[in-house]
Design a protein around this ligand. Structure first.
Ligand code: NAD
Length: 432
């Protein structure tokens, strides 16, 4: 089957390559000509473990190609996936301009029956909007509109796509369901749960899932704060909670607040969606406030441990919003950098993948070669993102490079007792 993937970003590129791996003929389209030129010459424009191999394998097999020619992609394909960005507007509502543009292009260029599949995270009602555009602007050809939300996580996107917990197919007609089942047939054979539902419910599943995960993160961050006030250890509390099967241990790791391109945007979108229906989604509203407060609290934690930061040099390890990605969208590490700069500190930083993306936003930061170069001459060290290579740092070498043995570990990578025994002034999150 021929598939057109419109939008070749974190989701579109992984999904396109993954579907090609399932045996589909996939053309990935993007309006960013530079990105497409890079992909055509074998350069993967994002950092995502394992992505280069799956792209190369499927390109070699002739099942995956890249183009800016949206018209050709639409004409040649039965299924057209929309995987463009849906960034937040200032009021929290998602900007659907790109989705609308693609729907209009599909209406203009469709030359027969098409299954239009929304992969982007969109508010409920978007499927109806796409349907209306296709009906009004095309008029001749039949089509189906499907919601097929994506749950992959950056950093493990390839394996998440190839082995998902579930596949959600929201469709209002059986013909479209059959097309989607054929596309995902390798997962069907692996007995991956398929949830077939209507379009609106599928759209809401994605928002409700991300909203719930954001609540879970904010909940443990609140517990961590309480632990700090009471002298308890958040890791013991989280473990005790997580052993209860009704709660589960995942997403109970305290930190400097959630970030990334999904949770902040999707919580704001759920809240906005509810408000538009005249309903206040109180738990989500509280979660957004808790997350903002959690992020804002980090600079005070740094100053409590290291002393006033004005005029001093901070070494910050990690800039991406989580390890194994170069994505810095809404990264809590960057809000730490911004708060340090605002408070008068100068910042040295190192990240294994995200420095190129950060440079334009924070030109005044000194970008280091590695963790040790980052620490060289700094007054204190902040671990802001838990890349694996920061888990086994040579602490005595670091101590020799820093002006004082001070570490603020916003990801609880190190053991507080061991650090204090080794003479460090150390603070983590939610630990005595
Ligand atoms: N990143 C994630 O982890 C993740 C996970 C699940 C769902 N999502 C959702 O998937 C969607 C895409 O996210 P992303 O992170 O891949 O975004 P991204 O910004 O990395 O990629 C979007 C791509 O779409 C392209 N684009 C925009 N308009 C276009 C048009 N008219 N024609 C062709 N290309 C166009 C852009 O140039 C860009 O390359 C969003 O709705 C997001 O919420 C993201």
């Amino acid at each position: 089957m021929n598939i057109c993937m419109v939008g070749t970003g974190y989701v579109g590129l992984v999904t396109g390559a993954g579907l090609a791996d399932f045996g589909m003929n996939v053309v990935c389209v993007d309006k960013d000509a530079e990105k497409i030129a890079a992909l055509q010459s074998g350069v993967i424009p994002i950092y995502e473990p394992g992505l280069d191999a799956i792209v190369a394998r499927n390109e070699r097999a002739g099942r995956l190609r890249f183009t800016t020619d949206l018209k050709g992609g639409i004409e040649d394909s039965l299924a057209i996936f929309i995987a463009v960005g849906t960034p937040p507007r200032s009021d929290g509502s998602p900007d659907l301009t790109f989705v609308r543009q693609v729907a209009e292009a599909i209406a203009l260029h469709m030359n027969g029956y098409k299954v239009v599949v929304t992969k982007s995270t969109v508010p409920t009602g978007t499927g109806r909007m796409i349907e209306q555009i296709l009906r009004e602007k095309n008029g001749r050809h039949e089509f189906s509109v499907v919601s097929n939300p994506e749950f992959l996580r950056e950093g493990s996107a390839v394996s998440d796509f190839l082995r998902p917990d579930r596949v959600v197919i929201g469709a209002n007609d059986a013909r479209a369901v059959e097309v989607l089942k054929e596309i995902y047939s390798p997962l069907y054979l692996l007995e991956t749960p398929f949830l077939i539902t209507d379009v609106v419910s599928a759209e809401l599943i994605k928002y409700a899932s991300n909203g719930f995960l954001a609540v879970k993160i904010s909940f443990i961050n609140e517990v961590a704060r309480l632990c700090e006030l009471m002298g308890a250890d958040v890791h013991a509390v989280a473990k005790g909670m997580g052993l209860d099967k009704r709660i589960g241990s995942k997403f109970l790791h305290p930190g400097p607040g959630f970030g990334g391109s999904c949770f902040p945007k999707d919580t704001a979108a759920v809240a906005d969606l509810a408000r538009q229906q005249g309903y206040a989604f109180e738990i989500i509203e509280a979660t957004m406030r808790v997350n903002a407060a959690t992020k804002a609290r980090m600079i005070a934690k740094i100053a409590d441990t290291a002393g006033p930061v004005a005029g001093r040099v901070a070494a910050v390890l990690g800039l991406s919003f989580k390890p194994e990605t170069d994505d810095i969208r809404e990264s809590p590490a960057l809000s730490v950098v911004a708060d340090l700069e605002r408070a008068g500190a100068s910042v040295r930083a190192f990240d294994p993948a995200a420095m190129a993306n950060t440079k334009a936003l924070h030109p005044d930061v000194h970008y280091a070669r590695d963790a040790y170069d980052c620490a060289d001459g700094a007054d204190f060290l902040v671990i802001a993102t838990e890349w694996n290579e920061f888990r086994a740092l040579d602490l005595s070498r670091l101590a020799g490079l820093l002006r004082s043995k001070t570490m603020i570990d916003l990801r609880n990578v190190y053991d507080p007792d061991e650090m204090r025994e080794a003479g460090w002034r150390y603070a983590g999150i939610g630990r005595p």
